[in-house]
Write a new protein. Sequence first.
Length: 187
Amino acid sequence: MAEIRRAFFIGRFQPCHLGHMEVLRKILKEVDELIVGVGSAQESHTIENPFTAGERILMVSRALDELTEEMLKNGEVEKPVKLYIIPLEDIYRNSLWVSHVKSMVPPFSVVYSNNPLVIRLFREAGIEVRSTKLYRRLEYQGTEIRRRMIEGENWKDFVPGCVAEVIEEVGGVERIREIASKDVKDL
Ligand code: NAD
């Protein structure tokens, strides 16, 4: 029996956006199983990390279900890729981080990443890393999408529809605006 190609991809998904989805589309074409690490899992309710790990798991899970359905319909994949979505807390020692990740997720033989630090740490550990091109990086990035939420600009065009629904369900825009607002003045 051929060996299972199981890959690892990590992101903060603050929020999950269309750039992540383009990377995931490519990965799903190349592997049998995929572990998605939801990084900085301990973080939430800040401007850089407004969403909890649980909310981000919901975003990624729904978005991957939709993507899989679309790819099956288009004939881009023959069968669904087995998915594992695992929250991973940061540890504040980069040299030990790969071991930390390996201790928390199923075994994998290849990592997909465009994050320079992640690439460096896995390559130093002797693990194959594949990168993709950056997709519309100026717009498809968490910082820009969070800025749009705070400023009241259009953000929904940059995330899958099901992710926008999760953000609305949890009151995400109100949350990030409140966190970003200045201290309430004494009356
Ligand atoms: P992210 O959500 O910003 O990005 C996830 C991945 O998608 C990255 O590879 C990124 O390059 C790629 N990507 C994003 N937008 C893209 C686009 N438009 N086109 C193509 N690719 C795109 O998450 P991140 O910050 O890269 O996640 C890394 C996680 O690993 C963080 O949670 C970080 O804290 C964690 N980490 C922790 C340690 C430690 O604890 N010591 C060390 C290294 C990394």
